[in-house]
Design a protein around this ligand. Structure first.
Ligand code: 4AD
Ligand code: MG
Length: 481
């Protein structure tokens, strides 16, 4: 390869060396200074053009977005803001870019605008930093599990089951949607479908993960999952990535320890391996916060916030204890949470989760032992308590600014109890026969959890909208690219 990556040049000491740079023009000032970026760093390298000896038609074609090749000498920079620059000997154009039509101008664009041109936003510094951190976190997840001898297990994307039993599935079908074949009693005849049955995109790899855990001991999945929940929020995607470890012989305590260890490990890895990107994102956030009133600005900057998570134990308490805290609280001085009129048994709303993590504990919180009625069928049931409350060994990890980052549980390993629960919530036994074999043959206590990968990236980058931490967000009414 004839060229050197800009990241290497920016830290090089080899002044005077002849080098070649290839990249895209960010700006071209005074017919002389080209800021070039090749994606290897958020930072650009400056090439100083000898404009008197550069043909006019070349100078004209050095425009924002154009791809260029610059041959020159690496020199110490005379200007402020950079240590090194390239004294150009020869500039050539690899690919033109019409400055009148190129959507990215050499100025700061809003995130909203950049979302509309998601196919080009990867060329900006902000998205370079975000997706580098995303990349580091992905790698760290594998590193964490591989170091602990977990098997990376591939659960299917197309399945016949709804792991969460919440009915939020995207159907997969080869049938004609306008005129599907019908059975004698007028229903869609899925026997005619590609798989001979009704199928959907997976909402979670957990059930297949459980099969694998009872064979390998410890496994994890890490792949895309799909949910047709119509929530247009800054925390939900229709296509998101999930990390789902599943461990045989793990009880809830072990599950919590593993989840807390994983989150700390991967956040630390991002801090250690992406210092420039995180510094850039920290400054971006500080800049953004300047427009907010003092009271709404966060007390900690991004780096402090990440370090705080690393240095403190997550607070662990039960759902019932959390309800008691919420009942005793006055979130806005006067009123209590209105939902608490409903009392024990209701699911926590995001305002309650935020209160617990941001106002009360001011750190990540692990809530356990939720009411059985608001959780999935597969969770291990506790004994009914003295007040007649029936809970399950669930655990949700809540993060400041994010809400639910992790959902998991110890699993119900007892076949009779699981069957009874399935019957109560209307899950047909025949459809889950394969899954039930885990409980029929050598059933053991086991546990697992799912980390919403984009929520992890949100937290680590300090971004606030989940659409900005996945390259091609899929949300209601939006699947453009
Ligand atoms: O709490 P959830 O629904 O749990 C499960 O799917 C379990 N099967 C996991 C397990 O035990 N193996 O989802 C897990 C996490 C949530 O805590 C959240 O972080 C994320 O996945 N998540 C979403 N992220 C983005 N967009 C959505 N629509 C999400 N739904 C869940
Ligand atoms: Mg959940």
């Amino acid at each position: 390869m004839e060229h050197t990556r800009i990241k290497e040049l920016l830290k090089s000491e080899e002044f005077g060396k002849e080098i070649i740079v290839k990249g895209w023009v960010r700006t071209f000032r005074n017919n002389q200074f080209i800021a070039i970026n090749d994606g290897s760093s958020i930072n650009n390298i400056q090439a100083v053009v000898d404009f008197e000896n550069t043909p006019e038609d070349i100078l004209k074609r050095i425009t924002t977005g154009a791809a260029v090749r610059v041959k020159g000498n690496l020199v110490e920079s005379q200007g402020k803001g950079q240590r090194v620059e390239v004294k150009a000997i020869e500039v050539s154009i690899i690919g033109d870019s019409d400055p009148e039509k190129y959507p990215l101008q050499p100025k700061k664009h809003s995130l909203e605008f950049l979302r509309e041109i998601a196919h080009l936003r990867v060329r900006t510094g902000t998205f370079n930093a975000i997706f580098k951190v995303r990349n580091a976190l992905s790698f760290a997840i594998h590193k964490f599990f591989q170091e602990r001898d977990f098997v990376y297990f591939h659960s299917p994307i197309i399945t016949g089951s709804d792991a969460e039993g919440a009915g939020e599935m995207f159907r997969v079908t080869t049938l004609d949607p306008i005129n599907p074949p019908l059975t004698d009693d007028g229903k869609v005849d899925f026997k005619e479908d590609f798989f001979g049955k009704s199928t959907n995109l997976t909402v979670s790899g957990q059930l297949e993960g459980e099969l694998a855990a009872l064979a390998f001991g410890n496994i994890y999945t890490f792949g895309p999952t799909f949910r047709a929940e119509n929530s247009n929020t800054t925390r939900h995607l229709a296509e998101f990535w999930m990390i789902e470890p599943e461990m045989a012989f793990y009880e809830l305590e072990d599950n919590m320890d593993l989840a807390e260890g994983l989150l700390k490990y991967v956040i630390k890895y991002a801090l250690d391996t992406c210092p420039e990107e995180i510094e850039f994102l920290k400054n971006r956030l500080l800049e953004e916060e300047k427009s907010k009133p003092q009271a709404e600005r966060s007390e900690l900057n991004l780096v402090d916030k990440l370090n705080f998570v690393l240095e403190n134990n997550f607070e662990r308490l039960t759902y019932t204890e959390a309800i008691d805290i919420l009942k005793a609280s006055k979130p806005n001085q006067k009123k209590q949470f209105k939902y608490l009129i409903e009392g024990w048994g209701a699911d926590l709303q995001s305002e309650h989760e935020r209160y617990l993590v941001e106002k009360h504990f001011k750190k990540p919180v692990i809530l356990t032992d939720y009411p059985r009625e608001i959780k999935s069928f597969y969770m291990k049931q506790n004994e009914v308590d003295a007040q007649g409350r029936h809970t399950v060994r669930a655990m949700d990890i809540l993060f400041p600014g994010i809400g639910e980052m992790v959902g998991g549980s110890q699993r119900e390993e007892n076949l009779e109890k699981l069957l009874a629960r399935m019957a109560e919530v209307g899950i047909p036994e025949e459809e889950m026969d394969w899954f039930l074999d885990t409980r029929r043959f050598g059933s053991v206590p086991h546990s697992g959890f799912g980390v919403g990968f984009e929520r992890l990236v949100l937290f680590t980058t300090g971004m606030t909208n989940i659409r900005d931490v996945i390259p091609f967000p899929r949300t209601p009414k939006n699947a453009e690219f």
